[in-house]
Design a protein around this ligand. Structure first.
Ligand SMILES: NC(=O)c1ccc[n+]([C@@H]2O[C@H](COP(=O)([O-])OP(=O)(O)OC[C@H]3O[C@@H](n4cnc5c(N)ncnc54)[C@H](O)[C@@H]3O)[C@@H](O)[C@H]2O)c1
Length: 337
């Protein structure tokens, strides 16, 4: 298949590009570099042995999108491009609605003009809100707890409405749990700008000496060790989930929502212990108060992805840590400018 990846130089997009090429597909990447660097393209070429077909375009820019879709043909798009920081979304909701929702609408309009009616959308487990009905199934009630989560839910609903209005559309919203890890080459990985909002990049920056201590937000949750529990999934497993999802669109599945997680919960302390053991580096920690908006525990019911897509996460926690550590120690300051 010929596939457009918006946000293709980002963390999940770049790993998905590798997985798609490995599976024999052709990819075109689109990104505005608002949260990624051009160096990713060189690294992708080194991994795949193929120069990347790339357009520097903002997904909210209708003229730019039209240029891409008129110069290339596509069977499907995977839409990653969006800002993703929960805290920033509370401070700057319009940025999130413009990029997250407006960008999605602009992309769908451009696709419709070119009769490309297959899309995989990056949604998030954040749409389950603070639900403690574990494991989280796709039919669990959704709840918005911040503007970022609202953009994800709104885009899911837009895709559902679009399929209802025009049965040619096939749209799968993938609800990611917590992607971590990196490509085993150590050439691509997660490179957050500023203070990482996610646990794994924070741990790896402490390990490499960029930050002095890991703050643990609360150790008084009703969990076995008191720290929060999440479903961490290797980014290459996640990437392979996209390959399965985009290939599944060829069977005309209509609109669907599917979790991508492992189905296993790991606590903050368990993740820190695994990192210290696998990387052989001590991680100083300091317990501070709970972070607003964080629930005690979240993990996926991963059975729908297995049933519908024939996909299951297969990489272990130790592989996640080993791959993050390889990426971080080879690139202590992330990608070069
Ligand atoms: N990483 C996670 O924990 C996680 C969890 C659930 C959902 N998601 C979603 O998955 C998607 C990809 O996440 P990621 O972790 O790879 O993030 P990322 O920031 O690494 O990648 C997103 C990419 O999109 C680009 N981008 C942002 N706005 C754009 C715009 N207007 N036009 C063109 N490009 C734009 C950025 O430059 C970046 O390269 C996002 O939609 C995110 O909300 C991520």
């Amino acid at each position: 298949m010929k596939i457009l990846l918006t946000g293709g130089t980002g963390y999940i997009g770049s790993h998905t590009a590798v997985a798609l090429i490995d599976a024999g597909h052709q990819v075109t990447l689109l990104d505005d570099f608002s949260n990624s660097k051009a160096a990713v393209l060189d690294r992708l070429r080194d991994i795949t042995g193929t120069a990347m077909d790339f357009f520097e375009v903002d997904v909210t820019d209708e003229v730019g999108l039209e240029k891409v879709l008129s110069e290339r043909t596509f069977d499907a798009a995977i839409h990653f491009a969006a800002p993703k920081a929960v805290g920033e979304s509370i401070e700057r909701p319009l940025l999130y609605f413009k990029n997250g929702v407006g960008g999605t609408v602009a992309l769908l309009q451009a696709m419709e003009r070119h009769s490309i009616c297959n899309i995989v959308y990056s949604s998030s487990a954040t749409v389950y809100g603070m639900s403690d009905d574990l494991p989280l199934r796709e039919d669990a009630p959704t709840e918005v707890i911040n503007p970022y989560g609202r953009t994800k839910l709104m885009c899911e609903e837009i895709l559902q409405d679009l399929h209802q209005a025009d049965g040619r559309w096939n749209a799968t919203a993938l609800r990611y749990f917590n992607p971590v890890g990196a490509h085993p080459s150590g050439l691509i990985g997660e490179d957050p700008q500023g203070v990482p909002a996610n646990l794994m990049p924070f741990i790896s920056q402490v390990a490499v000496g960029r930050r002095p201590v890991l703050q643990i937000f609360g150790d008084d949750y009703p969990t076995p060790d008191g720290t929060g529990i999440r479903d961490y999934i290797h980014v290459l497993d996640l990437a392979e989930g996209h390959v399965a999802a985009v290939e599944h669109l060829a069977s005309d599945p209509g609109y669907d929502v599917i979790n991508l997680g492992t189905g296993n919960g790991i606590s903050v302390r368990e993740l820190v212990d695994a990192f210290e053991r696998v990387a052989g580096v001590p991680i100083p920690t300091e317990v501070v108060g709970r972070r607003p908006g964080d629930g005690p525990a979240s993990w996926a019911d991963a059975s729908k992805a297995a049933d519908v897509l024939g996909w299951t996460a297969r990489r272990s926690l130790d592989e996640m840590v080993a791959d993050v550590w390889r990426w971080q120690s080879q690139n202590p300051d992330g990608y070069p400018d």
